[in-house]
Design a protein around this ligand. Structure first.
Ligand SMILES: [Zn+2]
Length: 275
């Protein structure tokens, strides 16, 4: 198995374990690797260190939040130039996150000022920066992940990414609270060419999220489905166990277990691993 969305300490929030502890859990569970994500730090160097120490395929990247001023091509060039595999559009500092009242670093540190970020069609002024980020992603054959952008932004971004030649596109947990896309909208996103993520975090922590809803989202994703943990919270199981729970729950809804396992293994590994 391969977990394409994992949080570890050190972080600005408490985490269930540090990089080495969580990597150890993935080694024990027989995973081939994982993607290390942080909302407020490039994980490229950390991922390299863990990969070297363990032999696992561990990939890092950068999320475009307030610590880099949002959609910042220089931060992307630095992350991808040092071996990063993924760029997440704004997550904790996306405008959707702020509107939903979900956590962000600046809420704990008022001296930072509160900034949130959007792309077209919500913020047309961001188009040039997004275009350069997309060019960099193409040049590095990296993964574009949509972060917490809204449905309209996801559609705009997917179309622009397609025009630019981006071939690795992951819609970050589209059915989570942010962006909150319904199964019919997820079906459209899968059809226009991106992978669709469902996370164990949704199952464990998302208000009003039911196994039946996640099963409908999985069916809408079809062959584009990616199952990940988005784990690392102190009140979640260790990430490998969280993904196993997600697979079991979706299988309990009548979905094919072999398909679900591929969505937590070969499918995300192929999406993230360099050609
Ligand atoms: Zn996450």
């Amino acid at each position: 198995m391969f977990d394409s969305h994992v949080h570890a300490a050190p972080d600005v929030l408490p985490r269930i374990g540090d990089d080495a502890t969580i990597a150890g859990a993935f080694e024990t569970s027989g995973h081939t690797g994982f993607v290390l994500k942080a909302h407020y730090e490039s994980t490229v160097g950390r991922a390299h260190a863990v990969a070297t120490a363990t032999g696992l395929d561990v990939f890092g990247g950068i999320a475009l939040n307030q610590h880099v001023g949002g959609v910042n091509p220089t931060a992307v060039a630095a992350a991808l130039g040092t071996g990063g595999r993924v760029v997440w559009m704004p997550t904790a500092d996306a405008h959707t996150q702020r509107a939903a009242g979900l956590p962000a670093l600046c809420l704990h540190e008022p001296r930072l000022g509160s900034h949130s970020y959007a792309i077209p069609p919500v913020d047309p002024s961001a188009a040039a920066a997004v275009d350069l980020v997309l060019d960099l992603i193409v040049e590095h054959d990296a993964v574009l992940a949509t972060g917490h952008l809204s449905e309209a932004e996801c559609r705009w971004l997917a179309a622009r990414a397609g025009d630019k030649g981006v071939t690795r596109l992951l819609f970050t947990h589209p059915s989570y609270t942010v962006p909150g896309i319904q199964p019919a909208g997820v079906r459209h996103l899968a059809r226009i060419g991106g992978h669709i993520e469902i996370t164990a975090y949704q199952l464990l922590h998302q208000p009003q999220c039911t196994p039946a809803l996640l099963a409908r989202v999985a069916e809408a994703a079809g062959a584009k489905l990616v199952l990940s943990s988005d784990g690392g919270q102190p009140d979640s199981p260790m990430p490998p166990e969280a993904v196993t729970q997600l697979i079991d729950v979706l299988a309990g809804e009548g979905l094919d277990r072999g398909w679900l396992k591929a969505a937590a293994a070969e499918v995300p590994h192929e999406l993230f691993a360099p050609a």
